[in-house]
Write a protein that binds this ligand. Structure first.
Ligand code: NAP
Length: 259
């Protein structure tokens, strides 16, 4: 399918690895020029080179912490005007409700709520003026069904979801769509980190921890960054202009709900 995106320009934050990279690659495959970001310069430059070589699009790499004011300023400055924004950042650490301090919450809110909101506030005016734009926020399955150990994520992402619900309806008249993609468990470094925690806690191997989790997913496997990225690219495509303010779950059926 031609996504109708050739020559568009996208900013994908937190995109040297994992789901962000999956989105960047799928957009590049559709002919989109990219601005990529991550904190670690080496992995970021390697990803930028691989995507440039594979798809022949222009790729600008900006090493910065997207959750800080300075980092965002650096990234937005290099990005200039973009047609597509995909927001992403690392997820908060697991823990237990009684341990989290005000500072822990502020950090989570900064990373997973206020950063995507600030990025949207920066790019939306130009999209509205052009009469075309696409925003996809990578959030989490935890928005639909809480993951108890990820209470910081549950809280921050719920806040972002509320902002998108209202704002997406305000920008839709100008040809700009905002939607959220909700990953269930996907095979990325983040998943290895979480599985390692479970393995250590329960005295099992990493493979056993993963197999136990896969068994709880109706699709009996983890998702891949590639299939996640293709869904993101479709949401950014010309065909998805009527999809507004949605929260789309990619979880292999793990969330047991009718709607
Ligand atoms: P990942 O494989 O660990 O990749 C994270 C990417 O983000 C890396 O490129 C990392 O590079 C970059 N990054 C992290 N913090 C950053 C920051 N402050 N500023 C700029 N770049 C940053 O993670 P993932 O699995 O793709 O997860 C992406 C998001 O989806 C996370 O918020 C995660 O909580 C959420 N999620 C993931 C899953 C899953 O199963 N994978 C499920 C639900 C939700 P640097 O470290 O070099 O900065």
């Amino acid at each position: 399918m031609d996504l109708g995106l050739k020559g568009k320009r996208a900013l994908v934050t937190a995109s040297s690895k994992g789901l962000g990279r999956g989105c960047a690659e799928a957009l590049a495959e559709a002919g989109v020029d990219l601005v990529l970001n991550a904190r670690g310069e080496e992995a970021l430059e390697a990803t930028a080179t691989e995507i440039r070589d594979a798809y022949g699009v222009s790729v600008t790499a900006v090493a910065a912490d997207i959750t800080t004011d300075e980092g965002r300023a650096k990234v937005l400055d290099a990005a200039g005007t973009v047609d597509i924004l995909v927001t992403n950042a690392g997820g908060p650490p697991p823990g237990i409700w009684s341990d989290w301090s005000r500072d822990d919450f502020i950090k989570a809110l900064d990373a997973n709520m206020l950063t995507p909101i600030a990025l949207m506030q920066s790019v939306l005016p130009a999209m509205i003026e052009k009469g075309w734009g696409r925003v996809v926020n990578i959030t989490s399955q935890s928005v639909k069904a809480p993951i108890a150990a990820l209470g910081l994520s549950n809280s921050a992402r719920a806040g972002l979801t509320g902002f998108v619900a209202g704002t997406s309806r305000q920008v839709a008249p100008f040809g700009v769509t905002i939607n959220n993609l909700l990953p269930g468990i996907h095979a990325t470094d983040r998943a290895v980190g979480l599985d390692t925690g479970v393995a250590n806690q329960q005295g099992m191997s990493l493979d056993e921890a993963r197999a136990a989790r896969e068994a709880t997913i109706p699709a009996r496997r983890y998702g891949t960054a590639q299939e996640f990225g293709q869904t993101c690219a479709f949401l950014c495509s010309q065909h998805a202009g009527f999809i507004v303010g949605q929260n789309i779950l990619l979880d292999g059926g793990a969330t047991n709900a009718t709607l």
